[in-house]
Design a protein around this ligand. Structure first.
Ligand code: GLN
Length: 307
């Protein structure tokens, strides 16, 4: 685990590059350099001073952007990843294309605010997590927003906005498990992960690279299914991002989260490399929402409230 932490940290450092594949502004560099919690607290004075001009800039860019369906902003996501994206019993903050399924969560609300700034209607394209990047690459959706961690490999396939949140991979085990530390995962255990996620990538890596080997990993199409497999004893542990982990443990009796050496990952929005204008417009809108505290308010509503 230590080894894998070191490798990841090295990877993270390589990621402090500009958003949207460009050379980036001073603001975005600062953004990337700042840890997530500090992110939303970006110097307020500066935000206020710059707000008027950046809003104009976003509106101007919005007039020039093209999206897969005119007047709409299609968000590819996997709506089984609370508190970032999940279906809603109420109105939620956006619907699918048919207007029949309603969605809520941090990503959905932030995306709805971005769409509003760009004068577009947010539409949720709910799919398996492993398809969100390809759907953007193939021009089916405009942006992948799914608690999506920025990695060097993914950066080959899509451009990323600045980061708006962070996540860490944690380990969920049954309360009576003999797995006490992450090192115990190496003792011939079976680990459940979500297909195509960073949790899968780390765990399935070779032992030399700090992983546990492909043979010790079972992939599920979403977190809820991995948790069901854990409860049924089909896997010994589940590796998943910390906030969904907390939610799954809260609603499923008999599970706990191990104390781990947390490795911080940056969540950002992935956009087609063929649509730099859209990436820029979404990134500008996102940065305005970070600067004026909107993103933090949304995060607090789902995560920090009641803690
Ligand atoms: N953050 C993880 C990743 O990007 C998991 C995201 C998810 O399951 N929605 O791979």
């Amino acid at each position: 685990m230590k080894k894998y932490a070191a490798i990841l940290l090295a990877g993270m450092m390589a990621l402090s590059l500009a958003a949207c594949g460009g050379s980036g502004s001073a603001a975005s560099t600062k953004e990337e350099a700042a840890p997530a919690e500090a992110e939303a607290v970006t110097e307020e004075a500066e935000a206020e001073a710059g707000a008027a001009t950046t809003t104009e800039a976003a509106a101007e860019t919005a007039a020039e952007i093209t999206t897969v369906s005119e007047g709409e902003l299609h968000m590819a996501t996997n709506a089984a990843f609370p508190p970032y994206e999940m279906t809603s019993d109420g109105e939620g903050f956006a619907t699918d294309a048919a207007g029949s399924v309603h969605f809520e969560g941090i990503d959905v609300e932030v995306a709805a605010k971005i769409a509003e700034k760009l004068g577009l209607k947010l539409v949720i394209d709910d799919m398996e997590f492993s398809s969100v990047i390809t759907s953007v690459q193939s021009g089916k959706a405009d942006m992948a927003m799914a608690g999506l961690t920025v990695t060097e490999e993914r950066k080959q396939n899509v451009d990323f906005t600045d980061s708006y949140a962070t996540g860490v991979q944690v380990v969920i085990v049954p309360e009576d498990s003999d797995i006490a530390t992450v090192d115990d995962l190496a003792n011939d255990k079976m680990i459940g992960v979500q297909d195509g996620t960073t949790g899968y990538i780390y765990c399935s890596d070779t032992v030399e690279n700090g992983g546990y080997g492909e043979d010790h990993v079972t992939s599920y199409t979403n977190g809820a299914m991995a948790i069901e497999a854990l409860k049924a004893g089909k896997v010994d542990a589940v590796v998943i991002d910390n906030e969904p982990a907390k939610q799954f443990v809260a609603v499923n009796e008999g599970l706990k989260i191990l104390d781990t050496e947390y490795i911080v990952e940056n969540y950002a929005i992935g956009i087609s490399k063929d649509n730099p204008a859209l990436c820029e417009a979404v990134n500008n809108a996102l940065n305005e929402l970070i600067a004026d505290g909107t993103v933090q308010q949304i995060v607090d509503k789902y995560i920090n409230a009641g803690e």
